[in-house]
Write a protein that binds this ligand. Sequence first.
Ligand SMILES: Nc1ncnc2c1ncn2[C@@H]1O[C@H](COP(=O)(O)OP(=O)(O)OP(=O)(O)O)[C@@H](O)[C@H]1O
Ligand SMILES: [Mg+2]
Length: 365
Amino acid sequence: MTQINQISIQNFRNCGHLHCDLSAGLNLIIGDNAAGKTSLIEAIWVLATGRSFRTAKSQHLIQRDFESSTLFAEVTSSHSRHKMHRLGLQKSLTQTLLRLDGETLKSQAALAQLLPVQLLTPESHKLLEEGPKARRQFMDWGCFHQSPEFMPLWRHYQRGLKQRNYALKRHLPKVQVQLWDQTLVENALKIDLIRQRYLERLTPYLITFCQALMPEIKEEVVCQYRAGWPKATEDLLALYADSYQKESHLGHTQYGAHRADIRFKFGTQEALNTLSRGQQKLFVCALLLAQASLHEKVLQEPVIMLIDDLPAELDETHRRKLLELLQILNIQHVITSTSASLIPILNPETTRVWTIDSGQLSLQS
Ligand SMILES: Nc1ncnc2c1ncn2[C@@H]1O[C@H](COP(=O)(O)OP(=O)(O)OP(=O)(O)O)[C@@H](O)[C@H]1O
Ligand SMILES: [Mg+2]
């Protein structure tokens, strides 16, 4: 089991001092608007990923009139054969310090491995309607956890891309731009294979969860993967060479793994054009459920599901169905809501209910 046993938060948003011993099952946090629900979910996300889903600026995360925020969690992780770990993160205006079991860390990757978290917020439907970045991040989350070679490849690719873009931006001669092509293409093709394999594995789970959450849709969902270069390309290196004029004019690399995307379709219709807003939310829930199930199946390692403001825009029937499916997954959940209406649907044996007010948590049951 991967779970957060306890979490302590200091001077993060409106949480001055917050400590809680979480249930290994479902934790429901109930609070009014501005009570601190999203802040709590955000704190766990920041500890696991190093960044916020609301802001890029540390000053917004640090409680007003304080100089730093500290987050601490005691975690049991399947990734390290169920060992207990102490994870710490301190953010000041100028730096982020990471600690694992008393040692200082240079990169976030070790914390992300120990604490695989998934996030659903009222903004999550944007995964469908916004640009490809969010869809790439979704896909790459799975690639990162399932293929240890993915992260080094991606970093290597990014470094090459940065250099190549620099050369293009300065309109350097073709030979200088081409210095980077070989490694960029090699890494892009490897990244491409990992992504394809991941989506192939994910799709059957996605089909199952879409059918369970939206039985009214008769067509099966189809994931169309786009590599980041034209489908008919046989030689990516040649494509790079041929694109020099145009790319030098644009000042950046037009094709590559950094431009990958996924199109989701039901029959011939794009998901975005055919689903209602509520269905879009359910679809994103299906994506996360599929990802969590695949993660468990392949790595025998449960993820932790963070859900902010669960009932938003879902009707009673779909909300019940979603909670039923979440609870079947048998993983740890931290779910926030403004209303107590979810309580009767939850399994009392595995659920802990908390209320939050002005950044202070109290255990209800
Ligand atoms: N850096 C900060 N320092 C102090 N307070 C902050 C800081 N950032 C945000 N807040 C405040 O924290 C409070 C809690 O915000 P949060 O978004 O967590 O509320 P919420 O419970 O999720 O509300 P809602 O139901 O409206 O989504 C708000 O009053 C907000 O103004
Ligand atoms: Mg909120």
